[in-house]
Design a protein around this ligand. Structure first.
Ligand SMILES: Cc1cc2nc3c(=O)[nH]c(=O)nc-3n(C[C@H](O)[C@H](O)[C@H](O)COP(=O)(O)OP(=O)(O)OC[C@H]3O[C@@H](n4cnc5c(N)ncnc54)[C@H](O)[C@@H]3O)c2cc1C
Length: 467
């Protein structure tokens, strides 16, 4: 009986699905099975009983009906970038929306519609075709669905807020197989929960976003210094942000200069301090706002330049390609004290050899903080900064040391952290939802879960348990 769901599925009247299901059905042994079961994080290696690829909402309803009838664990896959691999499973069914891709934009209403399986690049391209933009994440092969349902942080966040702050409506297939719309006017309570805890309540088949004007080029790139200058660079990072407009986004990183051959010999392969910038205002304003940061040093590298927004959106795609092993841990910070930067430097020195790790700080606030904390399930709007330790590697022997490194760094930073955690960064499963959302929001989410998914059909996520 141990593998009952698997055996049941394989013996089951699959034709009962195939008769009414227009999409693809892939089972163990099929030529595409091994590629269909892959997700972005190379650490995740699971064997679902079947992978189905719906082509439209009706297919999603049918796949879910079948899964519930067969009592299969349900994994929902958008772009497949879940850090802990929550969009796949062993023995259950993967409802993979990769055949429901694409996004369209309407310049008249300044809105865009993205399908449930769309990637960020598709939404970016559709909006930029009309000089418009929806604020999304920084790696263009990430899924719109998972990113949005968790919150959505990115280069334009101080100007236009999180991705959920531009979300106007979601079409959702619920646990009982109904198709509902959630917006401020329809199922408003559900819409509140979808914006931050969204993977818990159903399968999103489309998203409607408000778009914002972004016609001209942006100013984007990094200044790089040896790590010995980290303290001074961090001070300048803070000052530049305080003085700078909402159009200015900055990130501060402590990392190794890898691959070494891509860097000048004085830093190649060594630890560096990096300040990255994205300024979405006019180039002349960016030049003024970034002048002090660029004059400091001089930097070993200054790659800041004027470029199309879409070029910046693709800049990190190759470095974050599919298949590497990956782990991260994050926290929100009210401020960025010198002691924390020193702690980051100390941990950067302890990064395991062979792992490509990064101690990152992103600016927060402005448009994010203009939305009241209780307006959405997302928790942590009043932070000053977001801190993450991210690490990528290929050798399985580094699994433990790499994860331990990130865990230890964020644990050491805990005394500096503020409330809430970004759900999309939580790499462990079984995390207490109270730590992510706080007590009061978690209670409200449990109530919502009882209403919309009392049987916890959607549990492969940072799960809000209905009981
Ligand atoms: C390389 C990389 C870069 C990233 N950059 C950023 C960034 O800049 N900003 C940021 O905010 N986050 C970023 N993230 C985190 C990212 O937002 C999350 O990993 C997100 O969950 C990925 O969404 P996905 O659709 O690709 O993932 P998936 O693995 O497909 O899904 C993630 C979760 O959402 C659920 N889900 C997926 N599709 C649907 C759907 N249609 N309906 C309901 N539930 C669904 C899944 O079941 C799973 O629980 C990044 C992650 C990676 C790996």
């Amino acid at each position: 009986m141990e593998n009952a769901p698997l055996h049941e599925a394989l013996r089951s009247p699959l034709s009962g699905l195939a008769d009414t299901f227009a999409g693809e059905v892939i089972r163990p042994g099929d030529p595409d099975y091994d590629s269909a079961r892959l997700v972005w994080n190379g650490m995740v290696d699971r064997y679902p009983a079947l992978v189905v690829r719906p082509t439209a909402t009706a297919d999603v309803v049918e796949a879910l009906r079948f899964a519930r009838e067969q009592d299969l664990v349900v994994a929902v896959r958008g772009g497949g970038h879940s850090i802990p691999g929550l969009s796949t499973c062993d023995e259950g069914i993967v409802i993979d929306l990769s055949r429901m891709r694409g996004a369209t934009a309407d310049p008249e209403t300044r809105t865009a519609v993205a399908s449930g399986g769309a990637l960020l690049a598709e939404l970016d391209d559709a909006a930029q075709a009309f000089g418009l933009v929806c604020p999304v994440g920084v790696v263009s092969h990430t899924g719109v669905a998972g990113l949005t349902l968790g919150g959505g942080m990115g280069r334009l966040q101080r100007r236009f807020g999180l991705t959920i702050d531009s979300l106007r409506a979601v079409e959702l297939v619920t646990a009982d197989g109904n198709v509902v719309r959630a917006s401020e006017d329809e199922n408003a309570d559900l819409f509140w929960g979808l914006r931050g805890a969204g993977a818990n309540f159903g399968i999103a088949t489309s998203f409607e976003f408000a778009l914002h004007a972004l016609e001209g080029p942006i100013t984007h790139g990094s200044v790089i210094h040896p790590i010995e200058r980290a303290g001074e660079l961090a001070a300048l990072f803070r000052e530049t942000l305080e003085r700078g407009p909402d159009e200015l986004w900055l990130g501060f990183y402590l990392r190794r200069a890898l691959p070494a051959e891509d860097f000048p010999p004085e830093v190649g392969g060594r630890l560096i301090a990096v300040a990255s910038a994205c300024h979405c205002g006019p180039p002349v304003a960016a030049e003024r706002d970034l002048a002090a940061l660029r004059a400091f040093g001089p930097p070993v590298i200054d790659s800041i330049e004027v470029k199309p927004y879409l070029a910046a959106q693709h800049a990190a795609d190759d470095a974050m390609e599919w298949g590497h092993r990956f782990y991260m841990k994050s926290a929100f910070l009210p401020t960025l004290p010198d002691e924390l930067v020193e702690l980051g430097v100390e941990h950067a020195h302890r990064m395991p050899e062979g792992a490509d790790g990064e101690f990152s700080i992103w600016c927060w606030g402005r448009a994010i903080a203009n939305v009241p904390e209780d307006a959405t399930a997302f928790t942590g709007r009043d932070a000053g900064f977001w801190l993450a330790c991210e690490v990528q590697w290929d050798d399985p022997a580094l699994d433990e040391p790499a994860r331990d490194w990130a865990r230890a760094a964020v644990a050491a930073a805990a005394p500096f952290a503020s409330a809430g955690r970004y759900v999309n960064d939580v790499a462990e499963t079984g995390e207490d939802g109270r730590a992510i959302y706080g007590e009061a929001k978690h209670r409200r989410l449990v109530e919502l879960k009882r209403t919309w998914d009392p049987d916890n059909v959607f549990r492969l996520n940072q799960n809000i348990r209905p009981s």
